[in-house]
Design a protein around this ligand. Structure first.
Ligand SMILES: Nc1nc2c(c(=O)[nH]1)N=C([C@H](O)[C@H](O)COP(=O)(O)OP(=O)(O)OP(=O)(O)O)CN2
Ligand SMILES: [Zn+2]
Length: 160
């Protein structure tokens, strides 16, 4: 039996959002440099274990998957629930919109990313998403229900 190892790779992306109806400054259109920590957990495998590589997964491979599935979609985008009036103007100016369909709190975004990567077949352990240097949310893959994350069930909405 192989022992599991947890590995982590860190990414950043810049994005804007607006929490419509929030009773505070985040009701304004504003942006963040998000820091995204992806934790994977699994045995150190290779095609002919024990491999010379000694990887859970090649960080380069992980980077490629996260870039394609997350960063290309979210980086320098407006993260939209879909009810933000600014969307019309952004469309008119061909500005990048990532239509999430849920309220773009750091809780919901981290659950979304974790679910996406889990569905992609990665041995995902957790996703930790920093919205600011002092605020983050972490979602454990094992806490995501089979039918999907909580934002799917209740809209993840603290207002509507
Ligand atoms: N539980 C949550 N609370 C808040 C969220 C969220 O996603 N989950 N989001 C916001 C805002 O979007 C805001 O970007 C973050 O707010 P805050 O941490 O208060 O930001 P500050 O820049 O004021 O941080 P300081 O380090 O305290 O200066 C609001 N709440
Ligand atoms: Zn914010």
């Amino acid at each position: 039996m192989l022992n599991d190892v947890t590995i982590c790779k860190i990414f950043t992306f810049d994005a804007a959002h607006q929490l419509i109806g929030h009773n505070g400054k985040c009701a304004n259109l504003h942006g963040h440099t998000y820091k995204l920590e992806i934790f994977l957990k699994g045995p150190v495998v290779g095609p002919d274990y024990p491999s010379e590589e000694g990887f859970v997964i090649d960080f380069a491979e992980l980077k490629k998957i996260v870039k394609e599935m997350v960063l290309d979609r979210l980086d320098h985008a407006f993260l939209a629930k879909g009810n933000e009036p600014i969307i019309e103007t952004l469309k008119e100016t061909n500005s990048k919109i990532a239509l999430m369909g849920f309220r773009t709190t750091v809780e919901n975004l981290s659950a979304y990313i974790c679910y996406l990567l889990k569905e992609a077949g990665l041995p995902i352990y957790s996703v930790k998403l920093w919205e600011t240097p002092t605020a983050w949310a972490q979602v454990m893959a094992s806490d995501i229900p089979e039918k999907g994350p909580f934002y799917r069930v209740n809209g993840g909405c603290d207002y509507e």
